[in-house]
Write a protein that binds this ligand. Structure first.
Ligand code: AG3
Length: 289
């Protein structure tokens, strides 16, 4: 016979993490449990278990991934360029400390070596500890992990030493700023082998249109073939853009090889989506033409 209110709160606290994408719009996740919070030499690292999107990794207050929708980001950053190339053997990953990009690269049996250059070893450690499914590639014998600055690594790398380069960076503020500049991309072009392909994350077309505009314009200058494409990542506010540059193969032709033979199961990328992702909404097309 108690007078318990119908909407009695189940817990005393109701914690939410929010990322403001602009002055009037933010994305929020209900936190079930905080798993890690610490400051590295480069940035603030937070990781929590959310109510409905699995674990969420946050760097400097910006959502990097959720377990539920990271496939929309990692599979599209990786498989579109990897299947555009006929047979990528040596792959360079800049950033991507959580390991998701490396995991996707290593699904391709033709890859002989994947070199990952990440500036913040603490992000990799946090991922190994709390996101083992994403970090699985770190222990693959084909993976070489370099803790260091991606810009100087590429600057010092020999001409024509990689088939595919993937840039999995944070937003262009803080440690990742230089990864969006023309000097860096032209060094990347130098380091690509003949018929090499590069793909980079180029920001939200909704909230960072100037990032996409700038990257697309630089790629157009530097690469004989270039294009931007979209994926859908709810944790980043909907559409997310990637920009690809190619010294030979045309991504518009779709995957160069059958998907059979790829290790594990994909959740997002398909051959039809490879082509479809290149079709842009009018407002995005206008940004990149
Ligand atoms: N890196 C790019 C995500 C940037 C998201 N930006 C934001 N939430 N403001 C993702 C890293 C995953 N490997």
């Amino acid at each position: 016979m108690g007078l318990i209110p119908a909407a009695a709160p189940k817990r005393a606290t109701d914690l939410w993490y929010t990322e403001p994408f602009d002055k009037g719009w933010r994305i929020a996740f209900r936190i079930r449990q905080t798993l890690y919070s610490g400051e590295s030499e480069y940035q603030q690292i937070d990781l929590f278990e959310s109510e409905s999107f699995g674990k969420v990794l946050v760097l400097d207050g910006m959502t990097m991934l959720t377990e539920r929708d990271e496939c929309g980001y990692h599979e599209m950053l990786v498989h579109l360029p990897m299947f555009t190339h006929a047979k990528p053997k040596r792959v360079l990953i800049i950033g991507g400390g959580d390991g998701g990009t490396l995991r996707e690269v290593l699904r391709h049996p033709c890859v002989e070596e994947a070199v990952q250059v990440e500036i913040d070893s603490e992000v990799m450690e946090v991922s190994r500890r709390f996101l083992p499914e994403l970090a699985s590639g770190f222990s693959d014998p084909r993976a070489t992990v370099v803790v260091g600055d991606g810009i100087s690594y590429v600057g010092n790398a020999p001409d024509g030493s990689f088939d595919v380069i993937l840039v999995d960076s944070t937003d262009p503020i803080g440690p990742a700023e230089g990864l969006f500049k023309k000097e860096f991309y032209s060094q990347c072009r130098r380091v690509l082998r003949e018929k090499g392909v590069i793909a980079v994350q180029s920001g939200s077309p909704l909230f960072q249109p100037e990032v996409l505009r700038q990257v697309a314009a630089i790629f157009k200058e530097l690469f004989p073939i270039s294009c931007s494409y979209l994926s859908s990542v709810p944790a980043y506010g909907g559409p997310w853009s990637f920009t690809l540059g190619s010294l030979g193969p045309d991504p518009a032709h779709g995957p160069s090889r059958p998907l059979e033979g790829l290790k594990g199961t994909l959740r997002y990328y398909t051959p039809s989506l490879h082509k479809a992702a290149l079709a842009l909404p009018r407002y995005v097309e206008e940004m990149v033409e």
